[in-house]
Design a binder for this molecule. Structure first.
Ligand code: ZN
Length: 229
């Protein structure tokens, strides 16, 4: 089982067991010193939030781009170790996420706890998904299959329609929410509105506060809009 899928109790147990094994095997080097030996504190400063200061970069092995730290015979995320090692906890259904978007970074104040859902929100907010000028159709336009080279002509049987259409299979990829051309709201506002809904405020009261129509709030409440958050 991957470390990420484990319950917090299991993670804590694995880390505790790893600490014990490591201590027994090599009494002189604690996991923490093994860990920090492989961290370069003069990493790059994130361009989208320079106020964070330089990343502390894991120089050991990686897995899926994330630093990988061996502990008690298992690889765990270096950023997760960094978080837990300083007493941070990771509640059920939450991940350790990067403010700096640098997966090898283990600097405590570059990390935060969030749900996978918040990670998606964070990604949309920061525009980390490739679109506009960073999208492949702009960076490598010569690769686009157009006219008779287009798949719809060469392999019409492969066209994805109805239930196999990506809009049904991967609805999360559609330009929804604030990426939608019609959006009046932002991810942050939607979270605020949800909080007010949970606090028992009426649609009309919330709508007034944001200068929106009460049906806009009603649709958020019913999950008809902003469903991906
Ligand atoms: Zn960082």
């Amino acid at each position: 089982m991957g470390f990420r899928e484990m319950s917090p109790e299991k993670r804590a147990a694995v880390i505790a067991a790893g600490v014990k094994v490591s201590l027994e095997k090599r009494a002189s080097v604690s996991p923490a010193s093994r860990f920090w030996m492989r961290v370069d504190k003069n990493g790059p400063t994130p361009a989208h939030c320079p106020e964070l200061g330089p990343c502390w970069v894991w120089t050991g092995g990686t897995r899926s781009g994330y630093g990988n730290f061996w502990l008690g015979g298992r690889g765990i995320g270096a950023h997760v170790f960094a978080w837990v090692a300083v007493g941070g906890s990771v509640p059920v259904g939450h991940w350790v996420l990067h403010r700096c978007d640098n997966r090898r970074c283990v600097r405590r104040d570059h990390l935060f706890i969030g749900t996978p859902r918040e990670n998606v929100a964070d990604m949309i907010r920061k525009g980390r998904n490739a679109r506009g000028d960073r999208h492949g159709s702009r960076t490598k336009p010569e690769r686009l299959a157009r006219g008779d080279r287009n798949g719809s002509r060469t392999k019409p049987e492969r066209l994805l329609r109805g239930d196999v259409h990506p809009a049904r299979l991967r609805p999360e990829r559609l330009a929804r929410g604030e990426r939608s051309g019609q959006a009046k709201l932002t991810v942050d506002k939607v979270f605020d509105i949800r909080r007010r809904i949970d606090d028992g405020e009426t649609n009309a009261a919330i709508a007034r506060a944001y200068g929106l129509h009460k049906n806009t709030i009603r649709r958020i409440r019913l999950g008809e809009t902003w469903r991906m958050l």
